[in-house]
Design a protein around this ligand. Structure first.
Ligand SMILES: [Zn+2]
Length: 497
């Protein structure tokens, strides 16, 4: 969801439509079984530990979407730039950045990343060490970047699937199996999400939501399955579009999309022009901030998904969360760094793939597992490139959502926010379920829509009015210490060339 503040012409829509269809219609077949990107190949990348199979999925998905998109993308860029220039922007990247209302955004995001980079680098080191043990050092060199197909995710942006490799001696807490063991259905997952939001005093989902939402993939549906929340701008008509399965990832996606719906409902009484998030990063952050509350050990126990809330289990839960969230940071930064450079003309079409991998290597410490050819166009393998959705909002959201969670925690526990007063528990053990104080702050922020500058909205919830990585570093502080201890204990090399 985003608004283009430029003249929209039909030609652009036509080319974008072709690009989007290339992504959503792409299929990869093997021995008569065909896979879609989302969720089929996504699942394969998370579940398989066979390097040949992982390479197959990684490579074939890129082969299916990259080359057919490669000639379309420069056309899209040209048309968008033309529209932007007609509206006095230098290029469409400048126009996209403006929506976030953050002066010097390019510098601001670099600076924010600089502060979380040491944590990511430690995680990268320990993950690489365990991957090298598992796959062998000839496949995963101990001091270099990691081959992109081994990280449990098509885009190497979520490493949650590697949790068991990192804790070889630990009895594993697996949220997906716990959901199955408790006989959860996809609708139960939605109901539990609704219950969390309403426990904070936020609104229930509407009748329309329950009648019009698509939770699971319909039998006749072959189209896109990327999770979406829709505001139909008619009384009570909010919808969720998903192809959910019973697993931890979709349990998260449901909370994320419901965050959008709660936001739509909270600002519905604003004049139409202010019926938006404070900025797009806020819109993305709400559901995730609530999810931080859902994965608190006490709440998972309340849901019957874990029965052990001891400190040992804390490490498992927190490391799972770190593997899920931290790799998103460099990835979330580089997607639009690449596009800004493309839009500016600094990255011409013949450099598209080369510059993409340059950024992947620099920020994520990741390299392609096989040489890339001239007609490869790997950025197209990620939904948001063919869908043409700006991405830096997700990077900012990953930082904001912990600020928001901390704000809700302070409201719940201390009754005040942003005072600097210490919490009586580590941030990851803060149980906000049922706190009307937390919900009141969240609703206060959301109900403003975009009627005030985003700093004011943030202030209501957190007491602070700017992006701040300190809550994120505070949340993952036990992981930082654990990673350092691992590095010392096994003498693990850190960093990559
Ligand atoms: Zn979203």
């Amino acid at each position: 969801m985003y608004q283009v503040r430029v003249v929209c012409f039909s030609e652009l829509n036509t080319v974008l439509g072709l690009l989007q269809n290339t992504y959503s219609n792409a299929r990869v077949c093997r021995r008569d079984v065909c896979y879609r990107g989302e969720p089929d190949l996504e699942r394969l990348m998370a579940e398989s530990r066979d390097p040949a199979e992982l390479l197959w999925g990684w490579q074939e998905w890129r082969r299916a979407v990259g080359p057919p998109s490669r000639h379309l993308y420069p056309v899209v860029v040209g048309l968008m730039n033309q529209a932007a220039r007609n509206n006095d922007y230098r290029d469409i990247g400048e126009c996209w950045r403006e929506e976030l209302e953050t002066p010097n955004l390019e510098h601001v995001v670099e600076e924010l990343y600089r502060q979380v980079e040491p944590l990511y680098t430690l995680l990268h080191a320990v993950v690489r060490f365990r991957l090298a043990q598992f796959y062998g050092e000839e496949t995963v060199p101990l001091t270099g970047p990691i081959p992109a197909h081994l990280l449990g995710n098509m885009w190497a942006q979520n490493w949650e699937a590697l949790l068991d490799l990192l804790l070889p001696d630990q009895k594993m807490m697996n949220l997906t199996s716990a959901l199955h063991a408790r006989n959860y259905t996809t609708v139960d997952m939605v109901r539990h999400a609704e219950d969390f939001y309403t426990s904070l005093g936020l609104e229930r989902m509407t009748h329309s939501f329950w009648t019009h939402s698509q939770i699971e993939r319909p039998a006749d549906n072959n189209g896109t399955c990327h999770g979406t929340a829709a505001n139909m701008y008619q009384s009570g008509d909010y919808r969720m579009l998903l192809c959910a399965e019973v697993n931890a990832e979709d349990f998260y996606v449901i909370h994320h999309e419901m965050g959008h719906v709660e936001y739509y409902m909270a600002y519905r009484n604003q004049p139409t022009v202010f019926q938006e998030g404070a900025n797009s990063a806020f819109q993305e952050a709400v559901g995730d901030s609530v999810m931080y509350g859902v994965v608190a050990p006490q709440h998972l126990q309340r849901l019957g998904l874990i029965n052990d809330t001891s400190q040992d289990n804390d490490l498992v839960l927190l490391l799972r969360q770190a593997l899920f969230k931290l790799p998103q940071l460099p990835f979330g930064l580089l997607v639009d760094k690449w596009r800004w450079s493309v839009f500016r003309g600094d990255t011409p079409p013949e450099q598209y793939n080369i510059d993409w991998w340059e950024l992947k290597r620099h920020y994520q410490g990741i390299v392609p597992p096989i040489p890339r050819a001239d007609d490869d166009f790997d950025p197209a393998a990620k939904f948001h490139i063919p869908d043409n959705t700006p991405y830096i909002r997700y990077f900012l959201s990953d930082i904001l959502q912990v600020q928001m969670f901390k704000g809700m925690c302070e409201a719940a526990v201390l009754g005040r926010v942003g005072t600097g007063e210490a919490l009586p528990m580590p941030l990851h053990r803060c149980d906000i379920y049922g706190s009307k104080q937390a919900g009141k702050r969240l609703r206060g922020m959301m109900s403003m829509g975009s009627s005030q500058p985003w700093g004011k909205a943030l202030q209501i919830l957190t007491g602070n009015s700017y992006y701040d990585v300190k809550p994120l570093l505070q949340y993952y502080e036990p992981i930082y210490r654990w990673l350092q201890a691992q590095i010392q204990r096994y003498n693990i090399p850190v960093g990559w060339e």
